[in-house]
Design a protein around this ligand. Structure first.
Ligand code: GAL
Length: 655
C-alpha cells in the first residue's frame, strides 16, 4: 500500500526539484513516475542524447528517498523524428495522416516506428536500467487513447493483410467465414483486402471484427517489443503500462500477460460526465463519481496481471470533460482507500503541480502553478498516516465472477442493433447490481480458471465457444447468461443453430427472434406474481427448461435448466437485483441491499464501507459493528465521502 505521484521535472526550473522531492516525501509519497513524454528533451536531435537533466532529476528524487517509475517516451515522438520519417504517423480512415502537435501520433504498424521506438527504449533502459532509484518501468502511455488504436496507413494495410493470411491461410476460408457473398464482397486474394474504412455504408461486420482484433494485437505486440528490451537490460524491475478506464478497444487481458503490474488511470468524475449514465445519475454523483466506476475497473485490471495499481488518480478538476467539477472534499481519500481495499499495490496521483501552459493548464495538481499546496494534499497526508496504522490487506477470491470478453464487446459495438448505451453496459449493470448487494466480484476472461466460483455471470457475451461452455459446466458454479449471450460465432455470424449457440445444450434455450426497443418503452417481467421492468431488448425463446419469469403475454422471459439460467431481455435495475438476490439465496450466499450510494469491499480480514452519496449512512443496520471503537477507520455513522473499516473474522475456506 504505497502512494505516488506523476511528476514532470522537465516542466519546472531545476532549482525547484529538491524542494519538490522533499515535499513529496513529507506528504507521505514514496513513488514518482517521470519521463513518459520527454523524448524531445532526452534526444533533442537524432542521435544526440541529453541525459544530464534526467540524471540529475533521478538522483534528486533518489536522494530524497523516493522510488522512480520511468516511462518510455514513445507516446510523443519528437518533431524531428516525424519530419525525418513521416510514415510513422497514424492515418485517419480517409487516408490522411494525423498531424504532429499533440500526442500518440504514431502508427503501431510502422516498421520505422518500431525501429525508432526500440532504439530510444534501448538507450533509456541502457542508461537507467540498473539505477537503484528506478524500480519500475512504464511502457508508453495509455495505448489506444485518442483513437490511436486505429491507423489506416499503408503500413497498417500491409500488416492487416498479413495478419488475415496468418489467421485464415486461404482467402476462400476468409470468404466463407465472413460471408462475403453478401453484396458481392468476395475477395480473390488477401492483397485485395483493405482496412474497413470510408465505405459508402457500414463496412462488413466480420471484416470490422477482425480489424478490431488486429488493432488490439498490434498494440500488444508493440508493447511486448518494449517489455522484452526492458527485461533484458533492467533485471529485477517491474514493468507496467497505464491502461485507460472503461476502455474497450484493447484486450487488456492479453496485454496484461506481458506485464508484472497492470496499472490504470482513474478519473471518476471526468468519466461520469463523458459516459452514458442518465441525467439523474450524473446529477447525483456529480462531485463523487459513479460508485462502481472505479471498483469495476479495479476488478478488471486486477484480473489482468499478477499485480495491479492506479497510476493516475484524479486529484481535482480535470480539463478534458464536458464540465469539470471539483471532487467533493474527502473523495480523493475515498477513491484511494477503495483502490487499496481492492488490493492496489499503489495509488499515484496525477499530477504533482498544475502546469501553467499548454493543453493541460486547466488540470488540477496537488500544487497550484505557483507551488501553493492545495487542500487535497491534506487528504493524502491522512491516507499515508492511516496506511501506516493498518496491516497489509490480504485479498480473497470472490464468490461471484463476471466474464468479460473483449471480442464480444467489439462485436456488440460493431452491430449494436440500435442499442446505443455502449458495449460495457451489460457488464456494468451486472457489476452494479452485485456490488449493491454487498458482493465482492472477480472479473474473469474466457481463458480464466472458473473453478471455485459459486456464481458466474455472462453479460451479453456474444461470442463464446463450446470449450468455454464446458468449462462453465465443470466449474460447478451457478450460471446466469443475459440476452445476446452466444448470439454470434467467432467470425461474427449468427450461430447455425441460432443463439445462444453452443450454450443451447446447457440452457435448453433457443432464441427464435429478437427486437430492440427504446429505453422509454419499458415492459414487464413477472416472477411469482410480482412484476419488474425491463427495456431495450426482448427475445422470443423456446425452452426445454423451467420457466421462472414471464413477459406480460405469457412468453418465457427468465428460465433455467439445472444450474444454467437465461434471461431473455435487458433487465431494469430492480429486476436485476431481484434475479441476483434469488440466485444468491439458492446458493446460500448472504446479500443485503446497500442502496445506490453505499459500497462495501471485504478483504480477508478487514471490511471497508464507502459513502458515495451526499447524506450520512448508519452502518449499524448493514452488518457493521455498532460501537465506534470497533472500527479501524471512521465509525458507524458514515459521512458523505467517508470511509469506514472494521475487522472481520477470517472467512472459512470452501471446497
Ligand atoms: C490521462 C493521461 C495523462 C493526462 C491525464 C489528464 O489520460 O495519461 O497524461 O493527460 O489523462 O487527465
Amino acid at each position: 500500500m504505497k502512494l505516488g505521484v506523476c511528476y514532470y521535472p522537465e516542466h519546472w526550473p531545476e532549482t525547484d526539484w529538491a524542494s519538490d522531492a522533499r515535499m513529496m516525501k513529507a506528504m507521505g509519497l514514496t513513488h514518482v513516475r517521470i519521463g513518459e513524454f520527454a523524448w524531445s528533451r532526452i534526444e533533442p536531435e537524432q542521435g544526440r542524447y541529453d541525459w544530464g537533466w534526467l540524471d540529475r532529476a533521478i538522483d534528486c528524487l533518489h536522494g530524497a528517498g523516493l522510488e522512480v517509475t520511468l516511462g518510455t517516451p514513445t507516446a510523443t515522438p519528437p518533431k524531428w523524428l516525424v519530419d525525418a520519417y513521416p510514415e510513422i504517423l497514424p492515418y485517419d480512415e480517409h487516408g490522411h495522416p494525423r498531424r504532429f502537435g499533440s500526442r500518440r501520433h504514431y502508427c503501431f504498424s510502422s516498421p520505422v516506428y518500431w525501429r525508432e521506438s526500440a532504439r530510444i527504449v534501448e538507450a533509456i533502459v541502457g542508461r537507467y536500467g540498473r539505477h537503484p532509484a528506478v524500480t519500475m518501468w512504464q511502457t508508453d502511455n495509455e495505448y489506444g487513447h485518442h483513437g490511436s488504436d486505429e491507423s489506416f496507413s499503408p503500413a497498417a494495410k500491409e500488416a492487416f493483410r498479413l495478419w488475415l493470411e496468418q489467421r485464415y491461410g486461404e482467402v476462400e476460408r476468409l470468404n466463407e467465414a465472413w460471408g462475403t457473398v453478401f453484396w458481392s464482397q468476395t475477395y480473390r486474394s488477401f492483397a485485395e483486402i483493405d482496412p474497413p474504412a470510408a465505405t459508402v455504408t457500414e463496412p462488413h461486420p466480420s471484416h470490422r471484427l477482425d480489424w478490431r482484433r488486429f488493432c488490439s494485437d498490434q498494440m500488444c505486440r508493440y508493447n511486448e517489443m518494449q517489455v522484452a528490451i526492458i527485461r533484458e537490460r533492467s533485471p529485477g524491475r517491474s514493468v507496467t503500462h497505464n491502461f485507460i478506464g472503461d476502455f474497450t478497444r484493447l484486450d487488456h487481458a492479453k496485454m496484461g500477460r506481458a506485464l508484472d503490474i497492470a496499472s490504470w488511470d482513474s478519473y471518476p468524475i471526468g468519466l461520469l460526465s463523458e459516459g452514458p449514465a442518465s441525467h439523474e445519475k450524473k446529477q447525483s454523483w456529480l462531485t463523487r463519481g459513479d460508485p462502481d466506476f472505479a471498483g469495476f475497473n479495479h476488478d478488471v485490471f486486477r484480473a489482468c496481471s499478477p499485480k495491479w495499481a492506479v497510476m493516475e488518480q484524479q486529484p481535482g478538476p480535470v480539463n478534458w470533460a464536458r464540465y469539470n467539477p471539483a471532487p467533493a472534499k474527502g473523495m480523493v481519500r475515498l477513491w484511494t482507500w477503495e483502490a487499496l481495499a481492492h488490493g492496489a499495490e499503489f495509488v499515484s496521483y496525477f499530477r504533482w503541480r498544475q502546469v501553467p501552459f499548454a493543453q493541460e493548464q486547466m488540470h488540477a495538481g496537488l500544487l497550484a502553478p505557483d507551488r501553493t499546496v492545495q487542500p487535497v494534499a491534506g487528504e493524502i497526508e491522512t491516507i499515508a498516516s492511516e496506511i501506516a496504522r493498518l496491516e497489509p490487506l490480504a485479498q480473497e477470491k470472490a464468490e461471484v465472477a463476471i466474464l468479460l470478453s473483449y471480442e464480444s464487446l467489439w462485436q456488440h459495438e460493431i452491430q449494436p442493433q440500435g442499442n446505443r448505451s455502449g458495449p460495457l453496459r451489460p457488464a456494468r449493470d451486472l457489476y452494479t447490481a452485485c456490488r449493491r448487494l454487498g458482493l465482492n466480484v472477480d472479473i474473469v476472461f474466457p481463458d480464466s480458471e472458473l473453478t471455485g466460483y459459486r456464481l458466474v455471470l455472462l453479460p451479453a457475451v456474444t461470442i463464446l465457444d463450446e470449450a468455454l461452455c464446458e468449462k462453465l459446466d465443470r466449474s460447478g458454479a451457478m450460471v446466469l447468461a443475459t440476452a445476446l449471450t452466444g448470439a454470434r460465432t467467432v467470425s461474427g455470424r449468427l450461430p447455425h443453430n441460432l443463439p445462444p449457440g453452443p450454450l443451447q445444450r446447457w440452457t435448453g434455450v433457443k432464441v427464435m427472434s429478437f427486437e430492440s426497443l427504446p429505453g422509454f418503452a419499458e415492459f414487464d417481467v413477472t416472477i411469482e406474481g410480482k412484476s419488474w421492468k425491463a427495456s431495450m431488448w426482448r427475445e422470443a425463446i423456446e425452452t426445454q427448461g423451467d420457466v421462472i419469469g414471464n413477459f406480460a403475454d405469457g412468453a418465457p422471459a427468465f428460465v433455467r435448466q439445472g444450474r444454467f439460467h437465461y434471461l431473455a431481455c435487458w433487465p431494469g435495475e430492480d429486476l436485476l437485483l431481484e434475479i441476483l438476490s434469488r440466485l444468491c439465496l439458492q446458493n446460500e450466499m448472504p446479500v443485503i441491499d446497500l442502496g445506490p450510494d453505499l459500497r462495501m469491499r471485504s478483504t480477508a480480514r478487514v471490511k471497508f464501507a464507502f459513502n458515495y452519496g451526499s447524506a450520512p449512512i448508519d452502518l449499524g443496520g448493514k452488518g457493521a459493528p455498532q460501537e465506534d471503537n470497533a472500527y479501524l477507520l471512521g465509525g458507524r455513522m458514515l459521512t458523505p465521502s467517508g470511509v469506514s473499516a472494521w475487522p472481520i473474522r477470517p472467512i472459512l475456506e470452501r471446497h
